[in-house]
Design a protein around this ligand. Structure first.
Ligand SMILES: [Fe+2]
Length: 381
């Protein structure tokens, strides 16, 4: 328990520049990699510093997406692809449900939290009032895939003023985040004592998605509105650029505390662990829970932007990228890491900490894992 209280509420900042510039076998690189892996084990999240990422690219991206989602719903609807489980193009608001609301183990996670640290109540299980756009950033696998439905081509909006800007901006920002997260996957492997390419290679042909979400703050701008209910992500690692509006809360696994995320200005990104990483590490790293809500700070930014940018749409865009493992990859826990997860669990029991539920990480294809998860969040029939 004492250990829990001593943990800092500030997420560790990992220096990707160091990993890219110094010798891979040097002590400082190895230590930075360990710091990254430990951050994911302890917090399920970290802040990543990457000088290659430009604030200006994030800004053009946020402007583009605000303009896109300011269009009428009938126009947006043309970019919907329900027959592809919404895995490409737009998902309109009130479609995706937070899985946790009907998921017993997940509800128990909430119950175990101190009431003051709990997420906003999702038990009514109404779908999230957020829209999303999926822009695929994957390479076509050079082998025959069992999961071709998840590898369809991208949709470009038709409207003039958006059509021409769309692809270059999406690609530029998407590539920045993709490179950063793929390098972090390498750092994480090294930090866990695995060969550097372990995760990166397993994700070379993953169906990666640039996946901004949009929340209409005119309609959903009241305090304590849930924009995205408490959940964790189904992919391997999720990376975020800075949003213009605060409101993202994350829960650090070993602290039980809700953390209001602040990404420093400049070349910083936020990374959270997803369920594929949890599965592959046998639960040594747990997928990080998070929610997006309208809090006090969101309200002050709304008021400030109304004055500063009266002509801009009041839409909260989250700059999110989902990095996946290859759909055909066999997702089976890595034995060394399972052993380490067990040691950690035993230690928690010894400390008298309320043990985490035993989860069986059955071996399966990543594509099947994704399909199971999508059924739970109502995106797949
Ligand atoms: Fe999420």
């Amino acid at each position: 328990m004492a250990l829990q209280q001593e943990l800092s509420m500030d997420l560790p900042v990992i220096d990707l520049d160091l990993f890219l510039s110094a010798h891979r076998d040097s002590e400082k690189v190895i230590n930075e990699c360990k710091k990254a892996a430990d951050a994911l084990i302890t917090y399920g999240a970290l802040v990543l510093h990457d000088s290659r990422v430009s604030e200006e690219d994030n800004s053009s991206f946020l402007d583009l997406l605000e303009d896109y989602f300011a269009q009428p719903a009938e126009v947006l609807k043309k970019d919907e692809r329900p027959e592809l489980s919404y895995q490409i193009g737009v998902t309109l608001e009130n479609t995706e449900k937070p899985k946790c609301a009907v998921d017993e183990p997940c509800l128990r996670i909430i119950e175990k939290l101190d009431p003051a640290e709990r997420p906003l109540d999702i038990s009514a299980h109404s779908p999230d009032p957020k829209c999303r756009f999926f822009w695929r950033m994957s390479e076509k696998p050079p082998y025959e895939t069992q999961f071709p439905g998840l590898n369809a081509s991208n949709i470009v909006p038709e409207a003039e003023g958006l059509r021409e800007r769309w692809t270059p901006i999406m690609e530029q920002w998407g590539k920045s985040m993709k490179n950063a997260v793929a390098n972090l996957a390498e750092m994480t492997a090294v930090g866990l004592g695995l060969p550097v390419e372990t995760f990166r290679e397993a994700g070379t042909y993953g169906p990666h998605l640039l996946a901004p979400t949009a929340s209409d703050l005119v309609k959903y701008g009241e305090k304590d509105t849930i924009l995205a209910g408490f959940h964790s992500d189904l992919n391997f690692l999720t990376i975020h650029g800075r949003s213009r509006y605060p409101g993202l809360h994350i829960w650090a696994r070993n602290t039980g505390k809700r953390i209001a995320v602040k990404i420093p200005q400049g070349n910083y990104l936020l990374v959270q662990a997803g369920k594929q990483l949890e599965h592959l590490t046998g639960g040594l790293i747990k997928a990080g829970f998070h929610e997006v809500v309208v809090n006090e700070k969101t309200l002050s930014v709304i008021e400030a932007r109304k004055v500063q940018f009266p002509d801009r749409p009041l839409i909260r865009i989250s700059s999110t990228f989902f990095w996946h493992l290859n759909s055909d990859f066999d997702l089976a826990p890595i034995p060394e890491l399972v052993a380490r997860a067990q040691v950690m669990k035993d230690e928690q029991v010894r400390l008298g900490k309320d043990g985490e539920e035993a989860i069986a990480y059955e071996p399966m294809k990543v594509g099947h894992h994704v399909q199971n998860e999508l059924k739970h969040i109502a995106l797949m029939a």
